[in-house]
Design a protein around this ligand. Structure first.
Ligand code: SAH
Length: 472
């Protein structure tokens, strides 16, 4: 370890910044944020520095640096481009045992400034030990994206309750379980939407519950179309905290791999005419697992509320008063359209888009065909591949031009993606030439023409482990 990371309490402590330019300003700002009493010395100080010091009761000295200024200082920052002066500052500070940072000259530093993610009081510091500040900033940017912005309030709230929780739960394991419930449950969710008062009420409520009362929870989460990069941050968070995962066929292998390693995984199937667990069984299983106190993840392909029966799964939970949360996912229509270069709407070709199911309960009378054949509208059929001939002929019979372009997208967003195009008149024959497998999505409308121009993703050779399990 080249440097020991420490967090320094600088409140009301005198600190010296030498230099009057932009770099000095940035360092002085940082020190002011930490509550230090900042003195800045330089023959000339930029206006922002003067205002900053005025706001934070600092001191501006418009004169060259002199050694006496070091007296009583806790910390020194040299932000000048005068190399001789920097060296002198380094010597003077060392002689007095004052920590010094000379900007951009690691050899003259006794401490370095890390890149920081500030969720005060939660603070994350990243350093490459001076070897690559760019790399440290990149890591910081990644962490920024990963750490929800409300974690600062979370840390403060947890701090406020810390003593009470200690008194309430004697055993350290119980305390840990309690804090996990806070971090993963309704307290966090309230904070994430800015409801601080609600979050505090939840905290008090959780604290009053006995350990047995602490029932589980269900997360109904959209896993997207297959590409794990299309998951939401929230989906990922819930995937990593769930004790048990119920998933079906449309959840890709690579997405499933991101669930917590030790979580129990239950396959509940669902292919056309072959359900590993019938729908009522899934509904009941969610209830049973939650009542055992588990955090249950119900992971569904695409978006849970688009042809996903997500609503039905929640009804029983609501009835039994089991807490649940729902996380949207990128639905197949959005993903297939983007990955095939087919804008679902376009000023010139389509002013609206309809998502419909091609799986018809009572044959074709389920769909309002006259409404589907309107001009300037894109139609997306989910679950329609096996009946594409029927769907195409119904659209033609109800007045849609046989020349209307059609695209079928197999396993959109995954390496197995394939696109076959044709028209309502030809698509069935095209598919006989180039057969596709489910899951596939059908897009009908003039916008399909744009695929020729805008296609950008070709899929890739299969590696023997399909990302989405394709059906025969
Ligand atoms: N809730 C899902 C849809 C479930 S219905 C969503 O929002 O996407 C199942 C149908 O979705 C499949 O028959 C297929 O038509 C479509 N589908 C799902 N994932 C797909 C993918 N990656 N590529 C193409 N079609 C897909």
């Amino acid at each position: 370890m080249d440097y020991l990371p420490l967090f320094f309490d600088l409140k009301t402590k005198p600190c010296l910044v030498v230099g009057g330019g932009l770099v000095a300003l940035r360092k002085a700002e940082l020190l002011c944020r930490a509550g230090a009493r900042v003195t800045v010395v330089a023959p000339k100080l930029r206006q922002e520095l003067l205002s900053l010091l005025q706001t934070h009761q600092g001191r501006a000295i418009t004169a060259p640096y002199r050694e006496e200024l070091l007296s009583g200082m806790m910390l020194v920052v040299a932000a000048t481009d005068d190399l001789a002066l920097n060296r002198q500052l380094h010597r003077d500070a060392q002689a007095r045992g004052i920590p010094i940072n000379v900007v951009d000259q690691p050899a003259l530093c006794s401490f370095i400034f890390p890149a920081i993610v500030d969720r005060s009081p939660l603070m994350i510091a990243v350093s490459s030990g001076g070897s690559s500040p760019v790399l440290a900033r990149l890591v910081r940017a990644r962490l920024e994206a990963l750490i929800p912005s409300y974690y600062g309030q979370m840390a403060r709230l947890m701090g406020q309750f810390r003593e009470r929780v200690k008194r309430r739960f004697e055993r350290i394991e119980s305390r840990r379980t309690f804090w996990e419930r806070v971090l993963y449950g309704p307290v966090a969710e309230q904070l994430s939407v800015g409801e601080e008062a609600q979050a505090e009420q939840w905290m008090t409520r959780l604290l009053a519950q006995s350990e047995e009362q602490q029932a589980g929870e269900v997360y109904l989460v959209g896993a997207g179309p297959g590409d794990p990069d299309l998951l939401t941050f929230k989906a990922l968070r819930m995937m990593q905290q769930a004790d048990v995962v119920l998933y079906d066929r449309l959840v890709s292998r690579r997405v499933l791999e991101l669930c917590r390693r030790d979580a129990e995984r239950i396959y509940v199937g669902k292919e056309r005419d072959n359900h590993a667990v019938p729908q009522e069984g899934i509904n009941q299983l969610l209830v049973d697992l939650a009542l055992q106190g588990k955090k249950v993840l119900r992971l569904k392909g695409g978006d849970p509320f688009i042809f996903g029966r997500g609503g039905e799964e929640l009804e029983l939970l609501a009835e039994k008063q089991i807490p649940f949360q729902v996380v949207p996912g990128i639905t197949a229509a959005a993903a297939c359209a983007c990955y095939a270069g087919i804008p679902l709407t376009h000023r010139d070709y389509a002013q609206s888009v309809k998502f419909v199911t091609g799986q018809l309960k009572n044959r074709s009378s389920d769909l309002n065909w006259p409404e589907l054949v309107h001009a300037n509208q894109t139609i997306v059929f989910y679950m329609g591949l096996h009946r594409i001939g029927h769907l195409a002929s119904q659209l033609i019979a109800h007045g849609k031009s046989p020349e209307t372009p059609v695209a079928v997208v197999q396993a959109g967003s995954t390496p197995q993606q394939k696109v076959v195009t044709g028209t309502l008149a030809t698509i069935e024959a095209e598919l006989q030439q180039n057969p596709l497998k489910p899951p596939s999505l059908i897009i009908v409308g003039e916008v399909v023409e744009l695929h020729k121009k805008l296609a950008w993703y070709q899929g890739a050779e299969e590696d023997g482990h399909p990302v989405l399990s394709l059906r025969e």
